[in-house]
Design a protein around this ligand. Sequence first.
Ligand code: COI
Length: 355
Amino acid sequence: MSLNTTSDIEIIKAATSKIDQVDFEKLTFGSVFTDHMLVCDYRNGAWEKPVIKPYEPFVLDPSAKVFHYGQAIFEGMKAYKTEDDSVWIFRPEENYLRMNKSAVRMCMPELPESVFIDGLKELIKLDEAWVKKGKGNTLYLRPFMIAIGSGVIAQPSTQYRFCVIMSPARAYYSGEVKVLIADYYSRAANGGIGAAKAAGNYSGQFYPTQLAHNAGFQQIIWTDDATHTKLEECGTMNVFFRINDTLYTAPTSDRILDGVTRKSLIDLAKRENINIEIRPVLVDELVQAAKDGSLKEIFGAGTAAVVSPIAGFQYKDEYFELPKLEKSYAADLKEKLTNIQYKLADDTFGWTVKI
Ligand code: COI
């Protein structure tokens, strides 16, 4: 190990790298982590100096509030390497702002930009060899914050840990994705935490998704909790529907995450003169469109999966197969977005940030 300090971040380097043990051709999403992580603790009402150190387990008190009350939030981002070996991240400011929005909703302290953005950049620089070139190769970045204060009294912690870990990644889903439209379980409710990237929003999906898996579906399209008539998200992603040549996606709300991929696809669709409507999309109109043949595509959008086309959906007892299109909006928008991310197309929006 060697010890360095930049002005604001302490850096403790790993003595050796694990990189040679990794088969970058066979990566299961989120299962391998780079040599280093960033850790920054919050105590006595202030964030301490961030440290970049070798990736290692945490030691926490068993009564830490994260274990009992799930005070935990996270972000998902990616780094990309171009042919000239430069490394880029995508719209980091959006993730930083959303992290703090989640923190406020979960009664956790907001992070300074210097810890989130500068910390992330330093960490990526150190583990740059883990970002592989070529479209499809990415380094998935996972910033998260947990409540580490001890005591099982049900009130917000006074101590927190912000951490960033990084995992080389290729595809999130493999194979066809068939989905079930939720008519009983819900992901989020009005006034709840659905708009925050809170850990509980994801664990709450595990059981209904497992039931869906057992019935032969990979994901659930979540509907509004009150009436189950509006289509809101798909698994861990935002969702888009194409009826004839118009794209539809639900507006963000208390129940819907303000996804970075979602907002980027909306801007790209507008630039491409694709007709796009941001308004509640009803289960009934989807079923009607599937029946009359005007439903052309459904796709999920999120950082991990980017754009994930849906092969078909089931609502109550009826299954609807989607057409296999030669020229789909999903494929076209994914291509345009990833070309910007990999610097293969002009970034006229100014979304990419060099490390
Ligand atoms: C992402 O797309 O980055 C997410 O946060 C979803 C996650 C569950 C993999």
